[in-house]
Design a binder for this molecule. Structure first.
Ligand code: GDP
Ligand code: GDP
Length: 460
């Protein structure tokens, strides 16, 4: 399960600065779903082969009244959801009453907490450490978020214990370029690419905003009697993993709606949680993204879809509640989808009714196809052939009078497929050309339902 790190502290200590640095300003998920408090931001981050989720909180200032309520509202939730808390203080400003109050709360919580003294570019780190030692949260980690100082040591402490991701994209040794495609094929250790997992089958996460029909769909897909025991104990943060079989294929459904068996029926017992959603996306092979056709595409959908795209998971889109809509409404929704979902145009879209079961069975074909696209191991010789053909149709541009040379390609990862292209002057490959190659690979390899990553590697 992907670890979750929460940034907590009063306003202006530098939480957003650190958040942006850690997530490298990828799109943040803003939790302003109805029923949830505003102002929490969620982002995906990577550090030394570990993917983790960072939560930024708005901040707790000592001046407001009803501080406990504030705390309870959003920072508390973030603390609850987190595996580790980075409690940030401002070295320049020194210790404040608000810091002490937050510290007291965190001590009671017994969470794994790191005291982080930010802005040590303005103050001697040792003085900062001494200043905040009365907070009794342990030794402060001195950092300067704005300048990237001290962050590696902090992350080592906060994340070092968590296991690395299964796939390490950086795994392929450099320097094999001179040997050409043949040598690269031998050098590329593809054994760590994830393939179908015998135990779980295809892991499908059912994702979507509250009330779009996730639990109804889960019930539909499981058809009640197939279910083994899954009424596992867990915190509100955990999704439920439900293994099942259909047409001799194995699947595991990752249920974020928290459907539990109650007698003969299943009902949702837990509320929507962003962390649960993000972790389920990370852990899935294929995301079935559920939207409510009656509401059309709303910003929260796009926000969550952006995160799915970022993780590179295979994607199938289900427009639910298609029942009882007239033709005029349906046309309007389809036009809107075309316009607003262009950025995920690789994904199949299904129009379904989870309530009546219409179209639900068809989801499996797309799940199978997108999974196949996401995990097939294409041989180096084939990927190189596709590259050569693409280059002969449409050459890369000249840079400083020399033509960019792309020499061979191999697979560097799966789910999403990562195609590593070796050549010269690769830093100068224009985005448009990279997109041309991506489109060519997508067409030739018949990839559906999965994003593709292209990475260039230099070397004369
Ligand atoms: P937040 O309210 O806790 O999210 O704080 P921000 O990230 O918005 O930062 C508050 C202010 O502190 C901004 O003006 C930042 O530029 C500044 N700041 C953040 N990190 C550093 C740092 O490492 N050194 C210095 N000198 N200023 C910083
Ligand atoms: P969740 O919060 O995403 O798990 O959504 P639920 O499965 O609890 O569904 C929310 C509401 O939408 C419930 O009242 C469902 O009965 C209703 N609903 C779900 N699927 C459909 C559908 O396909 N058609 C219609 N008309 N209503 C649906």
């Amino acid at each position: 399960m992907v670890p979750v790190i929460a940034l907590v502290g009063r306003p202006n200590v530098g939480k957003s600065t650190l958040f942006n640095r850690l997530t490298r300003s990828r799109d943040a998920i803003v939790a302003d779903y109805s029923g949830l408090t505003r102002d929490r931001k969620y982002g995906e981050a990577k550090w030394q082969g570990r993917t983790y989720i960072v939560i930024d909180t708005g901040g707790i200032s000592g001046d407001e009244e009803g501080i406990d309520a504030k705390m309870a509202e959003q920072s508390l939730q973030a603390i609850e959801e987190a595996d580790a808390v980075l409690f940030m203080v401002d070295s320049r400003a020194g210790m404040t009453a608000a810091d002490q109050m937050i510290a007291e709360h965190l001590r009671k919580k017994n969470k794994c907490t790191f005291l982080v003294a930010n802005k040590v570019d303005t103050v001697d780190p040792d003085i900062a450490r001494a200043e905040f030692s009365p907070l009794a949260i342990g030794d402060a980690w001195p950092i300067a978020a704005a300048h990237g100082r001290g962050i590696t040591a902090l992350l080592q402490a906060a994340l070092g214990e968590f296991p690395k991701d299964e796939v390490e994209e950086e795994e392929f040794p450099e320097g094999e370029a001179a040997e050409g495609a043949e040598g690269a094929a031998a050098a590329a250790p593809q054994k760590r690419l994830p393939g179908p997992d015998e135990r779980t089958g295809i892991k499908i996460a059912i994702i979507g905003r509250p009330n779009v029909g996730k639990s109804t769909l889960v019930n539909r897909m499981l058809g009640e009697e197939r279910v083994i025991v899954y009424d596992q104990a867990g915190t509100t943060r955990d999704s439920i993993y439900i293994p099942f079989e259909r047409d001799d294929a194995k699947y595991t459904l990752i249920d974020t709606a928290g459907v539990r068996r109650r007698g003969k029926i299943f009902e949702a017992v837990e509320k929507f949680s962003v962390v649960k959603t993000l972790q389920a996306i990370q852990d899935a092979n294929v995301v079935v993204f559920v939207m409510d056709a009656r509401e059309g595409v709303v910003d929260h959908d796009l926000n969550l879809l952006g995160f799915v795209l970022e993780t590179g998971r295979a994607l199938v889109i289900a427009l639910n509640k298609w029942d009882g809509m007239d033709n005029h409404e349906r046309e309007r929704v389809k036009t809107e989808l075309e316009r607003r979902l262009q950025f995920v145009d690789f994904a199949d879209i299904h129009f379904i009714s989870a309530l009546h079961g219409t179209g639900v069975g068809n989801l499996y074909k797309s799940v199978q196809e997108s999974f196949r696209s996401a995990v097939t191991r294409w041989p180096t010789s084939y990927l190189t052939q596709v590259l050569e053909d693409a280059v002969s149709v449409h050459q890369p541009p000249l840079v400083n009078g020399r033509r960019i040379k792309l020499r061979y390609a191999h697979l560097g990862g799966a789910n999403p497929p990562l195609i590593v292209i070796h050549g010269n002057q690769v830093d100068a490959v224009p985005r448009a050309y990279s997109r041309y190659l991506e489109n060519t690979y997508r067409r030739v390899l018949k990839l559906v339902g999965t994003p593709i990553r292209i990475e260039f590697k230099g070397g004369e």
